[in-house]
Design a protein around this ligand. Structure first.
Ligand SMILES: CC[C@H](C(=O)O)C(=O)SCCNC(=O)CCNC(=O)[C@H](O)C(C)(C)COP(=O)(O)OP(=O)(O)OC[C@H]1O[C@@H](n2cnc3c(N)ncnc32)[C@H](O)[C@@H]1OP(=O)(O)O
Ligand SMILES: [Co+2]
Length: 136
């Protein structure tokens, strides 16, 4: 793991939370992006060498909708930046962590991502992110 890539925060209303985090952080979000496969709309704030990712559900069966319904708005996951996601997946399996997707999937912000089940990571949903190579 190279660094914390982002902290994912589940919110009900992305626009309202964008305004709140702009006031909190003193900087506006640098992008919004929908990831239909995850049923989320996201916005990203740069904070030093890491980011805040706000996530609003775009459909009721989205993990974000379920999380907010069951718990509340708040910290949803922690994402780590990795050099090579396949190497890290092998290491996670060898260490006995439960990987939720067999192959990396499309993430936001030009990433390949996998998730580890929170029951194997002390109750914290963990996301591994690898920057996708830039096409020239
Ligand atoms: C990829 C785009 C973007 C990016 O950064 O690029 C994202 O980050 S998208 C983020 C949204 N997508 C995901 O979260 C995908 C991974 N999540 C899942 O597959 C599910 O949410 C899962 C498996 C973690 C839970 O789904 P399930 O249907 O099992 O929901 P339950 O409510 O029944 O939960 C079971 C159990 O897990 C606990 N739980 C659920 N979510 C979290 C969480 N975020 N953090 C910690 N714990 C969580 C939940 O409380 C249940 O525990 P229990 O003790 O059984 O009550
Ligand atoms: Co994320």
């Amino acid at each position: 793991m190279r660094k914390i890539e982002h902290l994912g925060i589940a919110v009900r209303d992305l626009q309202k939370s964008n305004d709140l985090f702009k006031r909190l952080l003193g900087t506006a979000h640098y992008k919004t992006e929908s990831v239909e496969s995850e049923g989320v709309k996201t916005s990203f704030f740069q904070v030093g060498d890491t980011k805040i990712e706000l996530l609003e559900a775009t459909r009721t069966e989205s993990p974000i909708a379920k999380f907010i319904e069951k718990k509340a708005e708040g910290i949803h996951h922690i994402a780590f930046d990795v050099e090579d996601i396949y190497t890290e997946m092998d290491r996670m399996k060898a260490e006995g962590f439960e990987i939720l997707n067999d192959i990396p999937k499309e993430g936001a912000d030009n990433k390949l991502v996998v998730f580890l089940h929170p029951k194997s990571t002390n109750g914290v949903l963990v996301e591994l992110c690898q920057e996708k190579p830039k096409l020239h």
